[in-house]
Design a protein around this ligand. Structure first.
Ligand code: C5P
Length: 235
């Protein structure tokens, strides 16, 4: 984000951290699991703050509201960032909706970010913000797909092989013009991610360059990989 963009836009981040993390099997929600001395939530918060967010809403499981408030308090201190911590819902989309409802109304750009992608470099945030600040309705980070992808039917029989050159694995933060994302969430449309919802709502979403470090930590293998990346880069 250039200084000019920063002056003219107010960026809010909805950080969704209300998943159960059952696939990680750590005995507590994923965002509260430690990765080299810091929880995923702490790391994700630091990324959002480094990207220049002026408002931050953290969405967590209801029983961890108090713990999350103290983590957010420590990360944001007495700084200028407006913060809120709210309980999430059953599905990720319910958590995003709860976060949007608590986001400061003056934010004109909103980023929705998975706490599970806690190693996302600040450059990824900046590319997403810049694309929306430059006029895109939505922008999401994506990386080329290295595997050949097949579509299959219910029997597992291959029905197609999409051109790999046209495929991207998308990550978060996903950024949008705030009014547009609010309107899309207020509609009856249902989608698997925020970009798909905005696409269904009839707006183009662009893909900007993502980063392998923005991996989503889902399984214990992912956590081990993230630990190795942190050790490698001393993050
Ligand atoms: O479950 P999954 O890994 O797809 O979750 C992606 C992100 O969405 C995680 O950061 C998780 O905490 C969050 N999430 C949420 N509320 C849910 C489900 C997932 O905030 N009900």
């Amino acid at each position: 984000m250039t200084d000019a963009d920063a002056v003219h836009h107010s960026v809010g981040v909805v950080l969704v951290a209300a998943g159960s993390g059952s696939r990680l099997g750590a005995g507590r929600p994923k965002a509260f699991v430690e990765l080299a001395g810091k929880t995923l939530l702490q790391r994700a918060l630091e990324g959002a703050l480094a990207a220049g967010a002026s408002a931050l809403v953290v969405v967590v499981p209801e029983d961890l509201l108090a713990e999350a408030c103290s983590v957010v308090g420590r990360a944001c201190g007495a700084g200028p960032v407006t913060t809120a911590v709210v309980p999430g819902g059953a599905e990720r989309s319910d958590s995003v909706r709860a976060g949007l409802a608590a986001l400061a109304p003056e934010c004109d750009i909103v980023l929705v970010h998975d706490a599970a992608r806690c190693l996302t470099p600040v450059g990824v945030f900046e590319r997403v913000i810049s694309a929306v600040a430059a006029g895109a309705s939505g922008a999401v980070p994506g990386i080329p797909v290295v595997d050949t992808i097949k579509t299959v039917d219910a029997r597992g029989v291959i029905t197609g092989t999409p051109d790999r050159g046209a495929l991207r694995a998308v990550q978060t933060p996903q950024g949008f013009a705030a009014d547009l994302l609010r309107a899309a969430y207020a509609s009856d449309l249902q989608a698997t991610d925020d970009a798909a919802l905005v696409e269904l709502f009839g707006h183009d979403v662009v893909v900007v360059e993502g980063d392998p470090l923005a991996l989503k930590i889902t399984t214990t293998d992912d956590l081990e990989r993230a630990r190795a990346l942190v050790a490698e880069g001393d993050r």
